[in-house]
Design a protein around this ligand. Sequence first.
Ligand code: CAA
Length: 399
Amino acid sequence: MDELLSKQNIEYRDRAREVAEKYVRPQAAELDRSGEYGWEILEALKKYELTGIWIPKEYGGHGAGVMDLCLVVEQLSRACGGIGVAYAVNALGSFPIILGGTEEQKKKYLPAIAAGEKLIAFGLSEKPSGSDAGSLRTTALRDGEHYIINGEKKWNTNGAVASTYVVYALTDPSKGMRGISAILVDRDTPGFTVGKREDTMGIRTVPVNELEFVDCRVPAENLLGGTEGGGFKNAMMTLDRARPGVAAQGLGVAQGAFEWAYRYASERKQFGQTVSSFQANSFLFADMATQIEAARQLVYSSARLIDSGAKNISKLAAMGKVFATDTAMRVATDAVQMFGGYGFCRDYPIEKYMRDAKITQIYEGTNQVQRVVIGRALTREMKSISDWLDVHIEHFPES
Ligand code: CAA
């Protein structure tokens, strides 16, 4: 559907597609087995000028939108969901700085991320606070010209490979979530350690780590935006803008799984005919393709809404995340089924898609949290519609 994309959109998509086919696909299975980070792929992304495209031009990026980010993530994820998130998580990590950093912080941190020279991670979740992000316990208490951070972070995608960490912590524990601030922590800060790496089901090329802070002294100038207390809002605004990236990861995984399944079912013969030619299977493929296209349009709409500068973006971003990632799981599961017993074996490419799909329904806000966000937005929106309908209720006396 190139007709619906701009020239710039198509350029980014096609460049990402080339990286995916030339560099990602040949390495995806091996990176999944070894758990190594895709350093060669990062070099290819640099060569194709695709790193940090979402970062404003004045800080070394391209000033491209969330739509372009989604197109790149979709193409990378079509070949490997792990590489898709390894790329997208740098947007999750840099949005807090773009949205809330001081001029000095933007100048200091964003150019190296834009160039792909440094990677960044986003530290919000903790062992006791996942979906209930506002209940986090890590503290960052002011001590003269420093903050002293103590606590632990969980589920840090890019954890072991990042150079910079956006860490959400309580600068005023008495204020609860209103006392949360974001602090930029450099990898080599004394008192900070990258902890245990999770042994994950999918996206195995990207390290997901715990982060540990023991009396970690960070210069006060690393307080994001220079003022305390805006951390929770900054995290929520960041997630609104990053969730289309996860949705695009789901979309790419769904598309990639569909393509492998279609190819297999078109060649495999049983009962004297190709598996794809059974009507039950052709209907299944029709449903998969329809769901993928519906997901694509919702993800692209949410990305375009964000790029338009609109204020109320949470609902559509959450809808795109839910729909695209639920689609990824459904399509990848059906794609494995289409391969029969072979789908269950690592000798074939398809089972990895199912493993990579699962996390997209969980991270950057579980799909249950997305439904909370959508439900709350509906409560606000539907009030005015209900008031309007009340005017007309007299035409239906029994209602
Ligand atoms: N934009 C701006 N402000 C927002 C906001 C938004 N989208 N959502 C909430 N806020 C503000 C509210 O206005 C409110 O501010 P006031 O008190 O000034 O009115 C404040 O934040 C608190 O809002 P809520 O009462 O709605 O907060 P809540 O405790 O009910 O939580 C939630 C809402 C949506 C469930 C939120 O906690 C949430 O998104 N949880 C999921 C967290 C998440 O996505 N974690 C993933 C981390 S990243 C990851 O997965 C790892 C990785 O590396 C990939």
